[in-house]
Ligand binder design. Structure first.
Ligand SMILES: Cc1cc2nc3c(=O)[nH]c(=O)nc-3n(C[C@H](O)[C@H](O)[C@H](O)COP(=O)(O)OP(=O)(O)OC[C@H]3O[C@@H](n4cnc5c(N)ncnc54)[C@H](O)[C@@H]3O)c2cc1C
Length: 306
């Protein structure tokens, strides 16, 4: 219930205004967001890479309804990728891209062209792009776009959300050689007709998807902080004789950092998803929805203002 309210608020302009202007919000935001600028993102990347971890950078900005803004977002990614290359960080860091940031809501072809430009900049820098998965209404479009991108940039990854009833089917289609698939539970709201809504069902689906990905020929990226799923992922990798370079774990910046280092210390590949930028509102609200206990702090901060 609370999760749905928070996810609904993540699209509300009124809620956005209140949350963004509350005096204490920024402290909590900084727990999940690595700063506002490319310099901030590179600083965080260096720090994380220095701990033996990998990075995927998300230049925040989503739900773009203006083609000029979409183009500006592409330029921002191109600059980021250029600086990863010149800064010698491209072997440790890739980027994550939301198609909604580059015009998916305006026109799928526009988003494809824009994503192509980001992939070209990534290739030039010697790194890769993974497409985030967003609201369930965009899944078919995102899968079409990634299939197109992979003709020219076969290293392009995509996220699949285990809360979708069709997730196992998507994984089966994507579990081929060279295919990078990030498996996550899913951070948006979706109706029961298309998505599992109970935590147990979502977790069972996650395990089924991991089985398919680990048994397949691609490169599974297990994106969860859930200790049980991390353990099952490791067991499935061993069962299928995958060595540690044949898959990776992924976690979000600011969440379970000790566990990230513990897994890396055991020899696993661990990638930290680092979001940065001024457009942190939607991303931040989804993090609150995952852990509503953070809310007390936010409410106190809003109350302080009024
Ligand atoms: C690298 C990465 C990329 C992602 N990409 C996408 C994507 O493209 N599309 C998409 O829909 N979703 C994406 N997600 C989000 C994902 O779908 C989940 O919403 C999120 O990861 C929480 O689920 P969980 O698997 O960690 O399990 P949960 O059951 O939610 O959490 C397990 C445990 O992790 C800790 N935890 C989880 N979330 C938080 C939090 N916000 N604050 C503090 N502790 C927390 C808690 O200890 C919790 O008990 C991504 C997640 C990761 C890690």
């Amino acid at each position: 219930m609370l999760r749905h309210a928070l996810l609904a608020a993540s699209h509300s302009r009124a809620a956005r205004k209140v949350v963004r202007s509350a005096p204490g919000t920024r402290g909590l935001v900084r727990r999940f967001v690595a700063g506002e600028t490319i310099d901030d993102a590179l600083l965080a990347t260096r720090d994380i890479a220095g701990q033996g971890l990998l990075v995927s950078l998300d230049a925040l900005g989503e739900d773009t309804l203006d083609s000029d803004q979409a183009a500006a977002n592409v330029d921002h990614y191109a600059e980021l990728l250029g600086r990863l290359g010149t800064g010698g960080l491209a072997d440790r860091a890739e980027v994550s891209l939301k198609l909604s940031a580059v015009g998916q809501a305006l026109d799928e072809d526009l988003a494809l062209e824009n994503a192509r430009r980001v992939c070209a900049a990534a290739k030039e820098a010697n790194t890769t792009v993974t497409l985030d998965m967003e609201q369930y209404e965009t899944v078919d479009s995102t899968l079409r776009v990634v299939a197109e991108l992979r003709r020219e940039y076969p290293e392009t990854g995509v996220a699949i959300q285990s809360y979708l009833r069709r997730s196992e089917e998507y994984c089966a289609e994507l579990a081929h050689s060279g295919s990078r698939v990030r498996l996550c539970k899913g951070a948006y709201s979706a109706p029961e007709s298309v998505a599992f809504t109970s935590g147990v069902e979502i977790d069972k689906s996650f395990v089924r998807c991991m089985r398919v990905l680990m048994a397949g020929q691609g490169y599974p990226m297990i994106a969860t902080h859930d200790p049980r799923l991390i353990e099952i992922g490791g067991a499935l990798a061993s069962l299928h004789d995958r060595d540690p370079s044949g898959y990776e774990y992924q976690m979000l910046y600011g969440i379970r950092p000790q566990e990230q280092r513990r897994l890396a210390g055991e020899g696993a590949r661990v990638r930290v998803y680092v979001a940065f930028g001024r457009e942190w509102y939607g991303y931040f609200m989804r993090r609150l929805a995952e852990k509503p206990s953070h809310l007390g702090f936010l409410f106190r901060s809003i109350a302080t203002k009024s």
